[in-house]
Design a protein around this ligand. Structure first.
Ligand code: G6P
Length: 470
């Protein structure tokens, strides 16, 4: 087996299975920042990505993707139900997002989480070369750092949490809170999206495990574990290239025509998830229609809701509620051939998304809690014309950086309505000035900067350079 000096470990591999025209199944690189981010860094090294292919059952044979070798970890139907849908997405996901839905605790889910984390750690130990750097991603794999350190003390181990990390009052609900913290503390560096999350983590290490901790480092016996904020970003150049394509620009014009050439197009793009604030947004929009502040012929709202985790109960309930509400709003305020809201519950490819971003005058991103929200950053990157206005929840990690957006508290219905109107009415010069400032920030903080900053910080905890060239 090939051994690598850099190993990325994430629940998902960066691949999608795609049915070719002749009916054969082929694997393609999935669109997503992490692979492109790592690509430039990985070019001069041998790298392996450890992860799940996305379907339960035996592990598929996978080709290398962009020179990175793929090491699939299979999940059984039981793992899928109890580790992925259960502990990861019905316990941790709601708890880490402010418990906006009630987290569920089942002992059998915890057993599955431990078991699957053990499989990921074993697969990683197999492919990691002596002294390799291992970078573990996200809430699915919080036990992997400690399991791996136990098996392979020679490794330099990083962990990055893409989702929020909750305050002690919420985290303390977890029946196995001490084990989860000990799992993370197996890493040399535990990175978060926001400084507040690193603070929560340090506080919990003291409160639950009695360890001396600051917001920068935690003392674990003889070792120090570093922590801090590393806000993730997108591949700005990729989005700019896509948006500059003449066919994408033509498609953006066609979308506006298809929408009936309204004065204002509002757009939201979310996974259909209860953390995204879709219901709050629909309520605000419905009230604006009712108050007559927004008129159907002038203004159109497009809500893209990408299907997600569909067998999990909270997601199925949300879909019913959202679809009923969209139906009600269209029934009440639409006209023949002129719905108030265009609702699309489907996957979109990258070029269609780029066209939608360009067609939208106002992008409405109003999650109740979100680790970062890359859609907000994609919209800014796509607006090379300097047009467009972003309405952004202050509860998204992106709000720390994109502070020239119209920032809103999505729970404050009146404030949300006011911000939507302010965004619609925002004068051209002000739009350009706000968008320009946000674009400048993004260009200096793209996904490559993120990966480099993180790996440099990891290096400062050990000897990364020696290891990568070994
Ligand atoms: C969030 C998580 C990712 C996850 C993604 C999609 O962004 O931080 O780790 O991959 O949602 O969710 P899914 O359950 O489809 O992987």
């Amino acid at each position: 087996m090939r051994q690598s000096s850099l190993v990325v470990v994430a629940n998902r591999l960066p691949v999608d299975d795609n049915i070719a025209p002749d009916g054969a199944c082929e694997w393609r690189r999935s669109p997503g920042g992490l692979v492109s981010a790592l690509h430039t860094i990985l070019e001069h090294t041998t790298a392996t990505w450890v992860g799940w292919s996305g379907t339960a059952g035996p592990a598929p044979e996978l080709p290398d993707i962009g020179g990175i070798s793929m090491r699939p970890v299979p999940l059984t139907d039981d793992d899928f139900a109890h580790y992925y849908e259960g502990f990861a997405n019905s316990t941790l996901w709601p708890l880490y997002h402010d418990a906006v839905e009630q987290p569920t605790y089942h002992r059998s889910w915890w057993d599955a989480y431990q078991r699957v984390n053990q499989h990921f750690a074993e697969a990683t130990a197999e492919v990691a070369a002596e002294n390799a750097v291992v970078w573990v991603q996200d809430y699915h794999l919080q036990l992997v750092p400690a399991l791996l350190r136990e098996m392979r003390p020679d490794l330099l181990i990083g962990f990055f949490m893409h989702v929020p990390f909750p305050p002690p009052e919420l985290f303390m609900q977890l029946p196995r809170r001490a084990e989860l913290l000990r799992g993370l503390l197996g890493a040399d560096l535990v990175g978060f999206q926001r400084a507040q999350a690193a603070h929560n983590f340090a506080q919990l290490c003291t409160k639950v495990l009695g360890l001396p901790a600051t917001d920068r480092r935690i003392a674990v016996g003889e070792r120090f574990v570093r922590t801090g904020a590393f806000p993730v970003s997108i591949d700005v150049a990729e989005m700019e290239a896509l948006s500059g394509r003449p066919d994408v620009q033509a498609r953006a014009r066609q979308i506006r025509t298809d929408l009936g050439d309204p004065k204002h197009v509002l757009l939201s793009v979310d996974r259909l998830d209860y953390t995204k604030g879709i219901e709050h947004r629909l309520k605000a929009y419905s009230e604006l229609l009712e108050d007559g502040l927004v008129k159907v012929r002038d203004t159109v709202m497009v809500q893209v809701a990408v299907p997600s985790r569909e067998r999990v109960e909270h997601y199925a309930i949300l879909r019913d509620r959202v679809e009923r509400e969209v139906g009600r709003i269209n029934g009440e305020f639409g006209r023949v051939g002129e719905p108030a809201i265009h609702y699309l519950n489907q996957q979109f490819d990258r070029s269609e998304l780029a066209a939608l971003y360009q067609a939208a005058d106002v992008m409405v991103v109003t999650p109740l809690r979100d680790g970062m929200n890359l859609v907000a950053k994609e919209y800014v990157a796509a607006r090379m014309d300097g047009g467009g206005v972003l309405v952004l929840s202050e509860f998204a990690g992106a709000a720390d950086e994109l502070d020239r957006a119209f920032l809103v508290n999505p729970h404050d219905l009146e404030g949300l309505k006011r911000s939507l109107i302010d965004a619609i009415d925002c004068p051209k010069a002000e739009r350009a000035e706000r968008m320009g400032a946000m674009r400048t920030h993004l260009r200096d903080h793209d996904i490559r900067d993120w990966a480099r900053d993180y790996l440099t910080a990891l290096e400062n905890t050990g000897t990364l350079a020696d290891r990568l060239t070994a």
